[in-house]
Design a protein around this ligand. Structure first.
Ligand SMILES: CCCCCCCCCCCCCCCC(=O)[C@@H](N)CO
Length: 349
């Protein structure tokens, strides 16, 4: 048979048309996304040097490492918000020394403010305290919400009040501060070249319901729903919103939550590894500096992020291509993991 005869074959012609259609669709969709995708607003080095960062939960764990990271970036002022006065003044002392000893200083050492405040108090009390602090220092330009805690219990072992407790420590701490500071963070003082920023700390357990995290997962999922809705309010405003989904992180809080944690929970979450607070904090600040909407950690985090994309905003071109063209494959992997987790839970039932 010669060549011209085989291209006459209707099957070959159909295949060629199909291939051209698929390639054209991929190119067209990607092009449309490239045009419609809003450009990321980065925070420049110069801008950090004029910023006042407020960090909740900044006296311990990820929040504390995040403060250290901000000092290294040469931010102008940091306010650490936490409950424990003794821990706060210890952190203030430690960080003031650290700020002064920071090598290669191109800007003045960071000023460390502390604000002792129980973020589970009534809204009015918190608002008064924050307003007073701002008037005594300067306007907040970057908000880092790292306060939170974890309870690892199955539903039958979770006291009813612990659901309120988890929402109060992980969710309301964020919504309250954003309510207070959002008008200023979205004011005309900020521009596309000089944006303000908000970081919300969810968890990998805010992307996937993990055995033994009934109350905790719920509070971290709440942050995802909240931030998806809030992101739309920020359209056209020069305020970046980043939500982070860290895996297990080596902190005092993690040691605390491990007491009484079900073995199955430990087994499942161990799969994503144990990260240092320093690397998680650095990843989060870097994501904020780069203007990313979502921050995940490691390969598991990457898969979880793309498989749970749902109706959330698309962050960048890579995510667009992965989610649109490989979403089905990732979902299949997710289903297989689900079967595995179900098997683990069933065996110990
Ligand atoms: C589709 C396939 C994806 C597969 C990967 C699944 C692995 C799941 C591991 C998740 C680890 C979650 C840790 C959260 C820990 C946490 O937030 C608390 N310890 C708080 O301190």
């Amino acid at each position: 048979m010669n060549f011209s005869l085989s291209t006459d074959d209707p099957l070959v012609i159909a295949l060629i048309i199909a291939a051209i259609t698929i390639v054209a669709a991929v190119v067209l969709l990607t092009l449309v996304c490239a045009i419609l995708l809003p450009s990321r607003r980065k925070i420049s080095k110069r801008q950090w040097s004029t910023s006042h960062c407020l960090v909740t939960g900044g006296s311990s764990g990820i929040g504390k490492e995040l403060v250290r990271n901000l000092i290294r970036r040469g931010v102008k002022e940091v306010t650490i918000v936490a409950r424990n006065k003794a821990k706060l003044s210890a952190a203030q002392k430690e960080f003031t020394t650290y700020a002064r000893s920071r090598p290669n200083q191109s800007s003045a050492p960071t000023t460390i403010h502390v604000l002792s405040l129980d973020l589970s108090l009534e809204y009015g009390v918190i608002e008064t305290s924050i307003d007073k602090h701002v008037s005594e220092t300067s306007e907040i330009t970057n908000l880092f919400l790292c306060a939170g805690s974890a309870l690892a219990r199955v539903a039958t072992d979770t006291p009813p009040t612990s659901y309120h407790g988890m929402m109060s420590s992980n969710f309301y701490t964020c919504t309250t501060l954003i309510k207070i500071l959002l008008p200023k963070l979205t004011s005309n003082a900020f521009t596309k070249k000089n944006p303000s920023s908000i970081l919300i700390t969810s968890s990998a357990a805010g992307q996937i319901g993990i055995y033994g995290y009934t109350a905790y997962s719920a509070s971290k999922f709440a942050l995802k729903g909240y931030s998806d809705a809030l992101r739309l309010e920020l359209a056209g405003k020069a305020c970046n919103l980043t939500i982070a989904f860290p895996p297990n992180t080596d902190t005092p809080g993690f040691e605390e939550e491990n007491k009484g944690k079900p073995e199955i929970t430990k087994y499942i979450e161990d799969g994503a590894g144990l990260w240092s607070a320093e690397s998680v904090a650095d990843g989060m600040v870097e994501a904020v500096a780069e203007g990313y909407g979502f921050k995940y950690f490691g390969v598991d985090g990457w898969v979880l992020h793309n498989v749970t994309a749902g109706m959330g905003e698309v962050d960048n071109m890579t995510d667009f291509v992965i989610q649109v063209f490989f979403g089905g494959l990732l979902r299949f992997i997710g289903i297989c993991y689900g079967w595995m987790f179900r098997g683990i839970a069933k065996k110990s039932a």
